[in-house]
Design a protein around this ligand. Structure first.
Ligand code: PLP
Length: 398
């Protein structure tokens, strides 16, 4: 007898998890996975930050019962996040125009924002960069939106096709929701200059667009304040604004699922209405967020010594990525003269669109080196032990 389940088809495989599966099945002991989306240290391990361990020790010394958190999360966490994302002296905080809710990672923050927007702007369409983080489209579609791409990456220069991007923004209808990567664009590593951001902000304001800044890598680009500068610039315009942020990478807290959604309103009174509605969205999704990760991050951010330690540990990750880019470019210059990889140095954050073709990626796989078909490599998956192997393999397939 057919059941309600019998006609359900197999869903398509996740392209990135597919790489992980193939990688795990590879018996070559020297295999290298550049397809990952996490930061590895120079030993090829996901770090456990010392600031996190210290915060956890503090929390263990003061055991507390596991009550429910408020719907919008731990108050100390929401406050600390707001100050980090907007800058502590930002007028939107002083004037109580910003609301922040703890979310289940950056993904959870995006989904809350998407569900919220669908309730109050149901006919808007969403625009994401071409290409974008592979979950953006599915996530906004699952909230019921039509999702379009805007021109962004230029394969010829390995950078941003800024004139095309700006033209796309200017052509969007009023009320369109535009998802922007605040820093460290995933997957390309191609970011805007501050001057280009100024032009983007002008276009968003003039055209009446709804900006949704996704900031999953604050501190991985130029620094915590530098990477957050674009958020601050948007708040100065007075337009409605949504910001999703994640601590998965910056605290190496992937599995704890710590992120937040912030929304900027035009007044404190409007903000309180928005928060009441956002709480309904949360309530009907998962009621309230988990405790542990939020407490760890709030403890680190609010304890001066731990905060200092975190900033140092984050800086070390950022510096290692930059040094790795430099080494990668230099080594390719030696091993593959005539091929220009200088653009890898200009790219920002964990990823690089390396320019490797699908065919070249397939040939790398024959040498047990795994990358995404698009040529995206995770620069943080390179380290002092594997970089020469990778460079030699790339030189062979060029
Ligand atoms: N947004 C972007 C651009 C990302 O790259 C990621 C993670 O890779 C996320 C959001 C999701 O973050 P999280 O893992 O905290 O859900």
């Amino acid at each position: 007898n057919p059941s309600v389940f019998s006609a359900i088809e197999m869903a398509p495989r996740d392209p990135i998890l597919g790489i992980t599966e193939a990688f795990n099945a590879d018996t070559n002991p020297n295999k290298i996975n550049l397809g990952v989306g996490v930061y590895y240290d120079d030993n090829g391990k996901v770090p456990l930050l010392a600031c996190v361990q210290k915060a956890e020790s503090i929390l263990i010394e003061q055991p507390t019962p596991r009550t429910y958190l408020p719907i919008e999360g731990l108050a100390a966490y929401d406050k600390a996040v707001q100050e980090l994302v907007f800058g502590a002296d930002n007028a939107v905080i002083q004037e109580r125009r910003a609301i922040t809710a703890q979310a289940v990672g950056g993904t959870g923050a995006l989904k809350l924002g998407a569900d919220f927007l669908k309730r109050f702007s149901p006919d808007s369409e969403v625009y994401i960069s071409d290409p974008s983080w592979e979950n953006h489209r599915a996530l906004f579609e699952s909230a019921g939106f039509k999702v379009n791409n805007y021109a962004y990456y230029d394969a010829a220069t390995h950078g941003v096709n800024f004139p095309a991007f700006l033209a796309a923004l200017k052509a969007m209808p009023k009320g369109a929701i535009v998802v922007l990567h605040a820093c460290c664009h995933n997957p390309t590593g191609a970011d805007l200059t501050q001057d280009q951001w100024g032009q983007v902000i002008d276009a968003v304001v003039t055209n009446g667009l709804v900006p949704f800044l996704d900031m999953a890598y604050q501190g991985f680009g130029a620094g915590i304040a530098e990477d957050g500068a674009v958020v601050r610039r948007f708040t100065e315009t007075g337009v409605p604004l949504l910001v999703s942020n994640s601590f998965s990478k910056s605290f190496s807290l992937y599995g704890e699922r710590v992120g937040a959604l912030s929304i900027v309103a035009s007044s404190a009174e409007e903000a309180s209405r928005l928060l009441s509605q956002l709480k309904r969205v949360i309530r009907t999704n998962y009621s309230n967020p988990p405790v542990h990760g939020g407490k760890v991050v709030a403890t680190v951010l609010a304890t001066p010594e731990l905060r200092q330690l975190w900033e140092e540990e984050l800086a070390a990750m950022r510096v290692r990525i930059k040094a790795t880019r430099e080494a990668f470019v230099q080594k390719l210059k030696d091993k593959a003269p005539g091929h220009d990889f200088d653009f890898v140095r200009e790219q920002v954050g964990m990823f690089s669109y390396s320019g490797l073709t699908k065919e070249q990626v397939a040939k790398l796989r024959e040498q047990s080196i795994y990358a995404v078909d698009t040529g995206r490599i995770c620069v943080a998956a390179l380290n002092s032990k594997n970089i020469d192997v990778v460079v030699d393999a790339i030189a062979k397939v060029l």
